[in-house]
Design a protein around this ligand. Structure first.
Ligand code: SF4
Length: 447
């Protein structure tokens, strides 16, 4: 075994875990392969939150069978993450050429499992619970200037449609000082922006300290001197006034919040077990916007949850218009095995759910475009991420509000040279999903 490749599905927590998997594999001497199919070890870090991710994994793992039967039988294929956690050895019924299965709680065991598999020994191990946070493992960061920092794992909320509590377990908070120490060392290592991660970040600390300490943690993280702090995901019922105050008072906290509403009908929100009503959500948004004028808001919305009527769906359209989200991630409901919603019988016909989804997607597009148009003429201090994936002579950057900006530059080298710096960009154009702009001066230092 000399080279590895990792394919990551799903959320930011999985991206973070993949950076740790890369760190672990490099710590035992493996190097990244240029092309996945040429690697000696291929790791799939999986997601089972949505049906499409489940299907994509099985398709991609199945297609690798040809590598092993076509002259490279020693290639090791490992499946970890949520699907590994959920299915364990049962995964081999569908993809028997997989060599290693590990779960969300034992990433640290991967090198040992690979060694066992290379010797032809059983290499399937999943733990019901974990002790250590993956942050304590070595890491290879995808972007040197950005770091994912988990502050909680698991979730105690039990939304009716969600498998996360089953595959990630009960909510556990990392020790306060441990988080702050990690961010301090990341700053010393040149990190400009951190994203604090958890399934429900704003209940951080409840299990460990008896009450949420999220706003205290935000202030302590900002006090390390890190220039930009983001966090995800926030649950509307746990968005406290203390957290809103911290967003208003601490300059390093970026003026952007992802606050999943999921639906606009109180009846469906109750069936989803979300723990808030539409009016309670709206009142938090009002308090947030009063405290942080100009804050950008994004959300998640599910269409076609069991029992959703035309009236319920109209309530979703209304709330999306009322809030005027800057962006929304929209999904058609798909049942996940073992969840309460999967046992609900009043499902919405697929064609009807698709028709509702298309109407919602059109509204989201219009609102997103309108929000971006309002930015034209503004100058924003943007974190430059490097060349755009589609065009190397275009630089990609993020405004404080998390809007993507494309800026033409002289050469790919110019984009690379600026990557990881913060620069003023004047916004010159708007599209539904991104802005265009021009560099408005030299790189800036933020207060
Ligand atoms: S808050 Fe709900 S949707 Fe989010 S992870 Fe927890 S159970 Fe799943």
């Amino acid at each position: 075994m000399t080279s590895y490749a990792i394919r990551t599905f799903g959320c930011q927590m999985n991206k973070h875990d993949s950076e740790r998997i890369a760190g672990l594999l490099e710590s035992v001497g493996l190097t990244p392969a240029g092309v996945l199919e040429e690697a000696d070890v291929i790791v799939f870090n999986t997601c089972c939150v949505r049906e499409t991710a489940d299907d994509r994994l099985l398709g991609q793992v199945s297609s690798l069978k040809a590598i092993k039967t076509g002259g490279r039988p020693d290639v090791l294929i490992a499946v970890g993450g949520c699907i590994g956690q959920r299915d364990g050895a049962a995964l081999l019924r569908e993809v028997p050429h997989v060599d290693v299965v590990f779960g969300t709680h034992n990433i640290d065991e991967l090198p040992a499992l690979l060694r066992a598999a290379a010797l032809g020994r059983p290499a399937i191990h999943v733990l019901d619970e974990g002790e250590a946070f993956a942050s304590d493992l070595p890491s290879v960061r995808e972007k040197p200037w950005h770091a994912w920092v988990p502050i909680t794992v698991g979730c105690d909320n039990h939304c009716a449609y969600c498998v996360v509590p089953r595959v990630r377990g009960a909510e556990r908070s990392r020790e306060f000082e441990n988080v702050v120490t990690e961010v301090s060392s990341l700053v010393a290592d040149g990190v400009v922006e951190v994203t604090l991660l958890g399934q429900n970040v704003n209940s951080y600390g409840r299990d460990r300290y008896g009450e949420p300490r999220f706003s205290d943690l935000l202030r302590a993280v900002a006090a390390t001197g890190v220039r930009r702090v983001r966090f995800a995901t926030s649950h509307p019922k746990d968005l406290s006034d203390q957290t809103i105050r911290a967003l208003a008072e601490v300059p390093a906290l970026m003026p952007y919040l992802h606050l999943p509403i999921q639906h606009g009908s109180d009846r469906i929100l109750a069936a989803m077990n979300r723990g808030y009503t539409r009016d309670e959500y709206l009142s938090r948004v009002t308090r947030l916007r009063e405290a942080v004028p100009g804050i950008a808001l994004s959300t998640d919305i599910i269409v076609g949850f069991p029992g959703e009527t035309d009236e319920d769906f109209d309530a979703t359209l209304h709330v999306v218009r009322d809030v005027a989200f800057d962006h929304a991630f929209t999904f058609i409901y798909s049942p996940r095995e073992g969840t309460p919603a999967a046992a609900m019988t009043d499902s919405v016909p697929r064609a009807l759910a698709q028709e509702r989804f298309d109407r919602l997607a059109q509204l989201v597009r219009e609102l997103s475009f309108a929000s971006n148009e309002r930015e034209i003429g503004a100058v924003r201090a943007c974190l430059i991420e490097g060349s755009s994936k589609r065009d190397e002579s275009v630089l990609s950057a993020r405004t404080p509000e998390n809007r993507l900006v494309h800026v033409p530059v002289d050469s790919p080298d110019a984009a690379c040279a600026l990557a990881g710096t913060v620069a003023d960009i004047r916004i010159t154009g708007a599209h539904p999903w991104f802005l265009t702009g021009e560099l408005a001066g030299r790189p800036v230092s933020e207060s």
